[in-house]
Design a binder for this molecule. Structure first.
Ligand code: SF4
Length: 258
């Protein structure tokens, strides 16, 4: 029987945003604790050393809180603000590992946090798409090779046109959608090949299909390039004859091209 291993609902954005806020507040709390500590007359550390830690810590904590505010503002207003992209990038790249750690401490599954992050990133990508004005030739579609039927004898990772559109997997439908819109398509075996594809095509926006972990690392790698992530369906377990929601793909294409 077909195992519905991937029937999960949308994870709300507030999970990732809440954890991000928790990390920033923890940093702020630690900094204030150091401020109180430095005033204590009994301390045996050099005050200069402590101040050398407190001042940058306070600066970065405030920077991250502003970054979090910028993310929320971008999502709520559905538009990007010049100058805030740098702030958002630094906040996400610096705090993401801590968000995972806090999630682990709170016994929240990593996959759930990743799904929430993908949701946040998708909203930001859509917000920047309204400003970027992507043309068809500037949009890259990235797919994992596990979408291909495992019995298929044709190698499509180097040349997607090798697909005979036989209907045994969704590659035929994907090519029908992409060729009708003049979009570039790459089927990749992992992060290295995905990065090569991005370097080769130099897109202005990407739609990527993958599992939570690959999508998250790809999005963080590509920031600030707008990447809309579609989590694949894994009816037979991971990395084997996976599928995707074609309607979600078409919706993402329409959003980016309009
Ligand atoms: S649709 Fe293309 S990739 Fe999929 S099994 Fe048929 S020939 Fe292979």
């Amino acid at each position: 029987m077909l195992e519905k291993a991937h029937e999960k609902g949308k994870t709300p954005k507030r999970l990732f945003l809440g954890l991000l806020l928790a990390v920033a507040l923890l940093l702020l709390g630690t900094t204030f604790y150091l401020v109180i500590f430095v005033k204590d007359p009994r301390i045996f550390f050099s005050r200069k050393i402590l101040l050398g830690i407190i001042v940058p810590a306070l600066f970065f904590t405030l920077l991250f809180l502003c970054g979090l505010l910028a993310i929320v503002l971008t999502i709520m207003r559905k538009r990007t603000f010049p100058g805030l992209r740098w702030l958002i990038e630094k906040t996400l790249l610096s705090l993401y590992p801590f968000v995972l750690q806090i999630g682990r401490l709170l016994h929240i599954a990593q996959e759930k946090i990743e799904r929430s992050f993908i949701e946040v990133n998708n909203q930001m990508a859509m917000a920047s798409a309204t400003r970027v004005q992507v043309k068809a030739g500037e949009l890259l579609l990235l797919f994992p090779h596990c979408l291909q039927n495992d019995q298929c004898p044709y190698k499509i990772t180097r040349r997607v046109e090798n697909c005979r559109r036989c209907g045994k997997c969704q590659m035929g439908d994907i090519l029908r959608i992409s060729s009708s819109r003049g979009l570039r398509v790459e089927v990749v075996t992992g992060g290295t090949m995905a990065r090569q594809a991005v370097r080769k095509h130099k897109p202005r926006a990407i739609i990527a299909v993958a599992c939570e972990r690959d999508l998250t690392s790809g999005m963080l790698d590509s920031f600030p390039l707008p990447v809309i992530g579609i989590i694949n369906e894994r009816p037979y377990g991971p990395c084997f004859n996976t599928r995707l929601d074609l309607k979600a793909l078409e919706k993402a294409i329409n959003l980016l091209l309009n």
